[in-house]
Design a protein around this ligand. Structure first.
Ligand SMILES: [Zn+2]
Length: 346
């Protein structure tokens, strides 16, 4: 970890600053690879392991993501895959400019860092955290940048100074937290006045039949992530080739093939996937559906209410790439009435 991050880190018990304690050998060029951070007030300490400060004892409900993103650590990385899928989703969801030099951005739930990579490309400095060990994959992918600060922490106990970030984004994450509203609300204290928060969250299906995923989840989520992965690695390749073969049979082939629930067997030509790569994409996407402990899709009205209850302004809530997209700003100046009522209650 870069020593610069210490300035922003805070104790999750008491909110005080942390001081690094490391042997001389582990500190080179202002980086700490192993050691600990000690609270200057309550003395609670937090280990730094493999260059990442750790504010959680284990992965709690996020173990599947630690497994998933360390195994599939490159598959959604634009620079590795030679495509723009993460870049497109990032800018379509945030509407942020391509250049954000000098800005400080918080990324909640970074996984292997597909969006960290894009945020770094804008010139911004980023602090990215995740509850799971996927932070290791993100460190492999983006840790070489001096503007990337990666830590392992819970969204419910974020170890950072308040009102310090120009922007916060949280994409593909909130539905996987046990209490989705509380997870969203826990981000807001870290946004500076005038700063902007952007989220996306799965949209709840309102029809009579929920998607297959929600029928099938109970049969698979009891398995450990490795077990789900093994099952999918055996089931998906034959299903893929069968579906592909059926699609070539005139008349009846396509309607029958459609019953095999693994999505399309061809991809946009610009992505240039081989069959083997496409199969891996499908295994990852199924693993992502069936292994998380929590999956709580939301409605547009619920998300609107969160933003209203949080007192955000310039709010947009609509549907987008991954369900519901929402953006809003923290008011820049507290009104006189709010200030006097705050003084009265203080
Ligand atoms: Zn403390």
């Amino acid at each position: 970890m870069n020593l610069r991050m210490v300035e922003w880190l805070r104790c999750i018990s008491c909110g005080a600053r942390l001081r690094p304690e490391t042997g001389p050998a582990s500190q080179t060029n202002g980086d700490i690879s192993e050691g600990k951070l000690v609270c200057v007030s309550c003395e609670r300490n937090y280990p730094v392991v493999r260059s990442i400060p750790r504010f959680v004892g284990d992965e709690e409900y996020a173990e599947s993501f630690g497994y998933q993103w360390n195994y599939f650590d490159k598959m959604q990385l634009d620079s590795h895959m030679g495509n723009d899928l993460s870049r497109e989703r990032f800018f379509a969801t945030t509407k942020w400019p391509q250049k954000m030099d000098g800005q400080l951005i918080l990324e909640a739930g970074c996984g292997m860092g597909r969006f960290s990579e894009i945020a770094l490309e804008t010139g911004a400095e980023i602090v990215s955290f995740d509850l799971s060990n996927s932070v290791e994959a993100n460190f492999r992918n983006n840790g070489k940048s001096s503007r990337a600060h990666i830590l392992q922490a819970s969204i419910y106990e974020i170890p950072l100074a308040k009102e310090n970030f120009d922007k916060i984004f949280c994409m593909g994450v909130l539905q996987h937290c046990p209490d989705v509203r509380r997870a969203f609300m826990s981000l807001l204290p870290f946004l500076r006045p005038g700063g902007e928060i952007v989220i996306d969250v799965y949209q709840r299906h309102t029809g009579i039949f929920p998607p297959l995923k929600y029928w099938a989840r109970p049969f698979l989520t009891w398995m450990a992530p490795r077990g789900v992965h093994k099952f999918l690695s055996r089931a998906i390749p034959p299903a893929f080739y069968l579906k592909k073969a059926l699609y070539k049979v005139p008349l009846v082939g396509k309607p029958i093939g459609k019953l095999i629930p693994i999505g399309p067997v061809s991809h946009a030509p610009r992505l240039n996937f081989t069959d083997e790569e496409l199969i891996q994409v499908k295994i990852l996407s199924a693993l992502d559906m069936y292994s998380p402990v929590h999956d709580h899709p939301q409605t547009i009205d619920t998300v609107r209410k969160w933003f209203a209850d949080a007192g955000l302004v310039d709010v947009y809530v609509g549907t987008g790439f991954n369900g519901i997209n929402a953006r809003g700003k923290k008011p820049a100046v507290i009104s006189r009435m709010e200030r006097s009522s705050a003084t009265a209650t203080a």
